[in-house]
Design a protein around this ligand. Structure first.
Ligand code: TMP
Length: 215
């Protein structure tokens, strides 16, 4: 019998790495086992955080640089969305001993804002100290993908996203950042998602079951 316990499972990686797909697969597998699980995403996950997400994503499509958010404004918007999300969704779910699967979380801010845009890490860490209220991911799956496969997946997408037009070097840098963040951390699993078969979802499920102590 599965003894209910809270767990925050996060999927991280560059666009087109398949993390949204894999989050859903894991969600369905846990549901099938009748394990109380919710699936959510960042930026977003609640009504207010989704409003902030729209602001962030709209800004990307502005043509004139002068009209765009400053990188600190942009960072604060991600953090504002996270605050709403933690307070109103993640924390209450964990308190009810649910499993929370989150498509992106704090490491995306480190990879994109700190490593990518050179936003001061201390600035982000200070705000995180306040808004995370001790919540940290229990399990992180970093999905690694080849540039070619990521491109193919992004081209197929109907809705274009913020970084869909970003330079190749930006993807490579972001992916390297995720791998660097994962280094030497026992609860991080860097997995290759370039193949389109179901071996990856099986692997992710096995690791999750091990963490939950179930078969
Ligand atoms: P998504 O495509 O996974 O929905 O994410 C939306 C974009 O937001 C994606 O390009 C990565 C970016 N992002 C950041 O730059 N910093 C963050 O903290 C988060 C959560 C996302």
């Amino acid at each position: 019998m599965f003894k209910k316990k809270s767990l925050l499972i996060v999927f991280e990686g560059v666009e087109g790495c398949g993390k949204s797909y894999q989050s859903k697969k894991l969600f369905n597998k846990l549901k099938k086992k009748k394990i109380d699980t919710i699936i959510t995403r960042e930026p977003g996950g609640t009504k207010s955080a989704e409003l902030i997400r729209n602001l962030i994503l709209k800004d990307y499509f502005l043509k004139n640089n002068k009209d765009k958010f400053d990188k600190y404004t942009d960072t604060l918007l991600y953090l504002a969305a996270r605050n709403e999300h933690i307070k109103n969704k993640i924390k209450p779910a964990l308190l009810k001993k649910k499993i929370v699967i989150c498509d992106r979380f704090i490491d995306s801010t480190i990879a994109y804002q700190v490593y990518g845009k050179k936003v001061d890490a201390k600035f982000i860490n200070n705000i995180h100290k306040k808004i995370l209220s001790g919540i940290r991911p229990d399990l992180v799956f970093v999905l690694k993908v080849s540039q070619k496969i990521s491109r193919i997946r992004l081209i197929k997408r109907k809705s274009k996203n913020r970084y869909d037009n970003f330079a190749r070097s930006f993807y490579i840098k972001a992916q390297k950042s995720f791998i660097k963040i994962a280094k030497n951390k026992k609860n991080y699993f860097v997995l290759d998602s370039s193949n389109n078969d179901n071996s990856l979802e099986e692997k992710i499920f096995e690791i999750t079951k091990r963490h939950l102590g179930i078969k």
